[in-house]
Design a protein around this ligand. Structure first.
Ligand code: ZN
Ligand code: ZN
Ligand code: ZN
Ligand code: ZN
Length: 511
């Protein structure tokens, strides 16, 4: 622990234990939007596994892959990644090679992550892999497991998974109960490693990043550069060194990221947090549950639209329970009418999943279009489910290179991302929010959506709009992703190209 504290001192951070919150990471100086607060290599990590989506075990790339010739399970992009991973994979390779081929193929990423955890611990104790102050098994041991909150079914599953790990490792002295407990630790502590566009690539255990607490109103964001986890400030986080522990939390010197999608009603967020992370959030947004602005937020994100097409008011259930009243114009929507559309949407969503997993692309597209039409009638224009349907349509259209239609859907999703950012600004009494200025939207998803928009406008030759969208993307993503990653460099290059084209167009017009 002392070792960790002195390592964190270099980052201007300390670990503290706060009542009811447990361990958390606090700042000892001011951090400003875009600054890296801390970064960490994984203790162990594995790429995702799905048919057709193979990745290098070292760098997670999906190109130029070759299979490890001994175990036939692990893939590498070349000798550099293979050599870097060899100390650990040598043991894993031997263990996997003992299994018959069918069993070997059924080894899931979570099982591999656990096998790697035990192998790394062994190699650490044998001094083959050096420990560091921020990456060692003791820090993994200190992570919360919430064993007492796990239901029976989950415990049985963990026990079965522990059996498989045991079968692979075949260590006589292994502690089965401890493996099961470590699976529980993975469930609440492991991070999904994503690429710059937030697409999941794999899973990793980052013991120091795991100390960072959650808030539905985060002041920081976690992104990945390759497999390096990077936490960046998206708000001004004041230093809290001279404050008492209680004042620390109040002064928001606690580094906070969001473990879940923040665009959701309080009820939805709380459900996700208790189910996966087994705690109840008490962030400034969550403690407002049931208050008028929280009710309004839920009604926008998950409620119904006004009967009047022109009205953007939000609806609340009438006192007699027979309908929903628009809070703007007072028009009532009948409960039965809503129920009918809602159940139609639900059954269509069930069938579209089957159609999409069966690979019927055209049918999937038509069904999502129908769902979108129904949801437009049913849900508020800022509804999350409507936005998710549009995201699906956008993705399919991008794959089919239907740029014009894709752009239309992309533009429709932006106001929703913006609105969820504006909620943060609208919340009265949160003085620390004002430090972000007029534009609060440092939500990486909003930045990415502007990026997609800009790329589409560029393809379609709409240079001026492309410049506008790409500029907005840069404004957000340089804060959340930094300016030095290949991803942002690529974005900056596109913006430059667009600007060059615009000035060329202008000069040729002058002639
Ligand atoms: Zn690689
Ligand atoms: Zn191998
Ligand atoms: Zn919360
Ligand atoms: Zn209305």
């Amino acid at each position: 622990m002392e070792e960790l504290q002195s390592a964190l001192k270099e980052w201007d951070l300390i670990v503290s234990t706060l009542p009811e919150k447990g361990r958390c990471l606090l700042t000892t100086r001011d951090f400003y939007p875009g600054e890296v607060i801390i970064s960490q290599e994984p203790y162990v990590c594995v790429p995702n596994k799905s048919s057709g989506d193979r990745r290098c075990d070292g760098c997670f790339t999906s190109s130029n892959l070759r299979k490890c010739s001994a175990c036939h399970v692990v893939w590498y992009c070349g000798s550099t990644c293979q050599k870097l991973d060899w100390k650990l994979h040598r043991l894993e390779c031997q263990a996997l090679s003992r299994l018959d081929m069918d069993k070997r193929k059924s080894v899931t990423p979570s099982i591999r992550l656990m096998v790697k955890l035990y192998l790394r611990r062994k190699l650490e104790s044998e001094k083959v892999i050096p420990t560091t102050a921020t990456n060692n098994y003791n820090l993994v041991e200190a992570l919360v497991a919430h064993m007492s909150d796990i239901d029976e079914k989950q415990l049985v599953l963990y026990a079965q998974m522990a059996n498989l790990v045991n079968l692979i490792l075949q260590w006589p002295e292994i502690n089965m109960k401890q493996i099961a407990e470590n699976f529980s630790k993975f469930a609440c502590n492991a991070h999904t490693i994503c690429d710059g566009e937030l697409r999941p690539l794999g899973t990793g255990l980052y013991p120091v990043i795991s100390i960072v607490n959650h808030s539905c109103l985060p002041n920081s964001v976690l992104v990945f550069e390759g497999r390096l986890a990077v936490v960046r400030a998206v708000q001004h986080i004041p230093q809290g060194a001279e404050l008492s522990p209680v004042a620390w939390t109040r002064a928001h010197t606690n580094v906070l990221i969001s473990y879940i999608e923040t665009a959701g009603s309080t009820m939805t967020r709380q459900k996700a947090l208790t189910e996966q992370y087994l705690f109840t959030c008490t962030c400034p947004r969550c403690i407002k549950a049931g208050q008028s602005d929280d009710i309004q937020e839920s009604a926008l994100l998950e409620g119904y639209r006004c009967k009047d097409d022109q009205c953007n008011g939000f609806l609340l259930r009438s006192s007699d329970g027979e309908g929903f009243i628009c809070q703007h114009c007072g028009v009532v929507r009948d409960k039965e009418e809503i129920r009918k559309i809602a159940s139609e949407v639900k059954s269509m969503l069930d069938t579209v999943l089957m159609s999409s997993s069966a690979g019927n692309h055209q049918e999937t597209f038509w069904m999502y279009q129908k769902i979108e039409t129904l949801q437009r009638k049913l849900s508020h224009p800022f509804s999350i489910s409507l936005m998710q349907t549009r995201e699906k349509l956008l993705k399919i259209l991008m794959e089919q290179q239907e740029w014009r239609e894709a752009l239309a859907y992309c533009r429709l999703t932006i106001p929703v991302y913006q609105s969820t950012s504006y909620f943060y600004l609208d919340m009265p009494g949160e003085t620390y929010l004002s430090s972000t200025g007029v534009y609060p939207g440092f939500h990486p998803l909003l930045g990415l959506q502007y990026y997609t928009c800009g790329k589409l406008e560029w393809f379609l030759g709409n240079t001026d709009s492309a410049i506008e969208s790409l500029t907005r993307a840069v404004d957000i993503l340089k804060i959340t992703h930094g300016t030095n990653t290949p991803f942002i460099k690529d974005l900056l290059l596109k913006l430059e190209e667009a600007r060059a084209e615009a000035s060329y167009k202008l000069s040729s017009k002058d002639e």
